[in-house]
Design a protein around this ligand. Structure first.
Ligand code: UFG
Length: 326
């Protein structure tokens, strides 16, 4: 039975693609290459590529024409700041695309969906660590798109044979520790790839948004989770859906907080580059601290983060970015 992967050439999906191929699966990838990188599509007889948009009905029909029992749905835009200035783009890509996909999956009898959700569904934390029962009150439109899709999945799973795993990622980072994924993200907007671009000479400096937070060094704390750890969780979630035939919503985080300054310091150490930092005002909508409780993922999936310490995160990214040095 094949596995379908939307956004299959994207940053996170390309790690899962490698792991699934190595365990002998046949894959159908759907990607429009807007943010996905063609370099990430493995040259393998076990991979079929459908080039198209998840919001395009013909592309979805072509994708689902292949016999599959599970879809991993990664295709989405993910820049929270941009979602506030261009919500229509996020509505069209994230919301409409997912609604189409789910409708078509149900009609085609493809019943297992592993969905890339986000800690952005929680909004400003009322307490940390954040567990899955924390109130859901997104503070950016991106988080709203993920929440509304989760709610749609809940309804659909009650009224149809669809089962889903909503995986709420905290801050995804790192590159494949086995060196199998080397395609860089296009115009990244997250901290770690920006730090790496400075170290590789692709930009001259970076801005650090806010040093006056109530944290150990005044900069924001985030829970960074390595893509290899995310990959393991996705495969466990697929196995859970197939075996237990029940839906699931879990946080995926390391349960460790790192400050922005700690990330910059680690990157200076690993890369040997001074990484010039310009202090900038707080970025609107940034909470001081976001840390996951991953208890449910541990209990239900037997999963825990193994590669999400600062050194592994930065070293694995640098092994890819140093190849792009200018
Ligand atoms: N930061 C900087 N300079 C930069 C970029 C980021 O100082 O150039 C800081 C931010 O202010 C923040 C931290 O680095 O304090 C992390 O910022 P990111 O933009 O990398 O990530 P966010 O925490 O804002 O959001 C990320 C994803 C969201 C997801 C969220 C879940 O982009 O999609 O994690 O925790 F919802």
């Amino acid at each position: 039975m094949k596995i379908g992967i939307t956004g299959g050439a994207g940053y996170i999906a390309s790690h899962i693609v490698r792991d699934l191929l190595e365990s002998g699966h046949e894959l159908v990838l759907l990607d429009n290459f807007v943010t996905g990188n063609p370099q990430n599509v493995p040259d393998s007889d076990s991979v079929i590529l459908v080039q198209g948009d998840v919001g395009s009905e013909p592309a979805l029909d072509q994708f689902l024409a292949h016999e599959m029992d599970t879809v991993f749905h990664f295709a989405a835009l993910k820049a929270a700041g941009e979602s506030m200035t261009d919500p229509v783009k996020y509505s069209a890509n994230n919301v409409r695309g997912t609604f189409y996909l789910v409708e078509r999956m149900v009609r085609a009898g493809v019943n297992n969906l592993v969905f890339s959700s986000s800690a952005a569904v929680y909004g400003a934390p009322q307490y940390v660590p954040i567990d899955e029962d924390h109130p859901k009150s997104p503070i950016n439109y991106y988080g709203f798109t993920k929440l509304i899709m989760e709610q749609n999945l809940e309804w659909m799973s009650q009224r149809t044979d669809l089962r889903y795993a909503s995986l709420r990622y905290f801050n995804a980072a790192g590159y494949d520790i086995h060196g199998r994924v080397r395609g860089l993200e296009n115009q990244p907007q997250n901290l770690l790839p920006i730090v790496m671009e400075v170290a590789a000479g692709m930009r001259s400096n970076m801005q650090l948004f806010g040093r006056d937070y109530d944290t150990r060094d005044g900069t924001c704390i985030r829970d960074y989770i390595h893509t290899n750890d995310l990959s393991t969780a996705h495969i466990l979630a697929m196995d859970y859906l197939r075996k237990e035939k029940q839906s699931l919503t879990v946080n995926l985080g390391s349960e460790q907080g790192l400050t922005v300054q700690e990330i910059v310091d680690e990157a200076r150490k690993v890369t040997g580059h001074p990484i010039p930092v310009e202090d900038a005002p707080r970025r609107p909508g940034d909470p001081a601290s976001l840390i996951a409780s991953a208890t449910r993922a541990r209990e239900v999936l037997g999963w825990r983060a193994k590669h999400s310490d600062a050194t592994t995160l930065v070293e694995s990214m640098w092994s890819v970015y140093k190849g792009a040095m200018q």
